[in-house]
Design a protein around this ligand. Structure first.
Ligand code: CAA
Length: 294
């Protein structure tokens, strides 16, 4: 199916990155937020990244201007009427997503494919809330979406072949490595990555090593770009806990259970990089590991 206009819902951490990579691939993009301040913040992040790309010689100024010109910010669902593909990247809350789809489904043209960037909810729960469960896929991007090469293309029990193919064609045009995943909570990556991050916390709780030693070990011993605690702070401790809780609810397996340290840190508001403190303190020149003392 030919896509020319892509709608992205949510200009937060994932949404702004998805909008940017779609515009870089030549699509016209409409990007919505719930208020002007959030929309300006998301568009500002895109402009900053484009500016950096020009500074570093990775992009010509004229190309950056063209990418920016293809992204239209809006507060209005009516601007999604002529989209061919709509990807939601709003808060990871099923009820909010269902409310949004119920409103949008009647506005977007019937031929369009709808997609969710959910990292942990079952895609079918959203698909079934629309009038087009056949034309609904999961498109799971990784943070930062501008850099991470993977796209999980998720097929539900209702997804039709044409919509699945559209998901793959879109991802390939973005230059992503596309993998096919079934609609099992966590898909491929989080099913493996979340227990690994939770196990790093358990290793710390059991006294195997300190936070910075465990991080150093996994970087140098497994060639990971970030150790598990740096990654936890990067993903967000609140986000990780919410994904773990959803996976635990679904599978009832200990490997998905949030360890007490994680639960307490989230309760204390230590969310990682975004709040200035997680397993590291980000207030100084460089991050310093802090003993959660819990
Ligand atoms: N947006 C756009 N570009 C970014 C960026 C961002 N947020 N962060 C970094 N970059 C770019 C930089 O501009 C830089 O590009 P150039 O080399 O062309 O200048 C490049 O990425 C490398 O960045 P840095 O030199 O600053 O730092 P780095 O080499 O340490 O790379 C990283 C940063 C790409 C984040 C790397 O550390 C990494 O790959 N970390 C692991 C990230 C990861 O695992 N993500 C998945 C999280 S799980 C998830 O997302 C799924 C989920 O559902 C929770």
């Amino acid at each position: 199916m030919e896509i020319s206009k892509v709608g992205v819902l949510g200009a937060g951490l994932m949404g702004h990155g998805i909008a940017q990579v779609a515009a870089q691939a030549g699509y016209d993009v409409v990007l919505r937020e719930v208020d002007q301040a959030r929309l300006d913040k998301g568009i500002g992040r895109i402009e900053k990244q484009l500016g950096r790309a020009v500074e570093k010689g990775r992009m010509e100024q004229s190309d950056a201007d063209a990418v920016r010109g293809r992204i239209n910010g809006t507060l209005d669902y009516a601007d999604y009427a002529d989209c061919d593909l709509v990807i939601e990247a709003i808060t990871e809350n099923l009820q909010q997503k269902l409310d949004m789809w119920r409103e949008l489904d009647g506005i977007v043209n019937d031929g369009a494919v709808l997609a969710t960037n959910t990292s942990s909810l079952s895609v079918i729960d959203q698909a079934a809330a629309t009038r087009r469960p056949g034309r609904f896929v999961g498109l799971h991007f990784f943070n930062p979406a501008q850099v991470m090469p993977l796209l999980e293309v998720v097929q539900t029990v209702t997804t039709d072949e044409e919509s699945l193919k559209t998901g793959f064609e879109f991802g390939e045009r973005l230059g992503k490595t596309c993998v096919h995943a079934k609609d099992k909570t966590g898909f491929i990556v989080n099913r493996l990555l979340v227990p690994y991050m939770l196990d790093a916390i358990r290793a710390y709780e059991e006294g195997v090593g300190s936070i910075d030693q465990i991080d150093a070990a996994m970087k140098a011993g497994a060639n990971h770009p970030m150790g598990p605690f740096t990654l936890l702070d990067f993903v967000g401790l609140d986000t990780t806990k919410s994904i773990a809780d959803i996976m635990f609810d679904e599978y009832r397996e200990r490997r998905f259970a949030a360890p007490p340290t994680l639960r307490k840190m989230v309760a204390a508001g230590f969310y990682g990089q975004k709040s200035g403190r997680g397993f590291y303190d980000y207030s100084g020149d460089k991050p310093v590991a802090v003993d959660p003392g819990l």
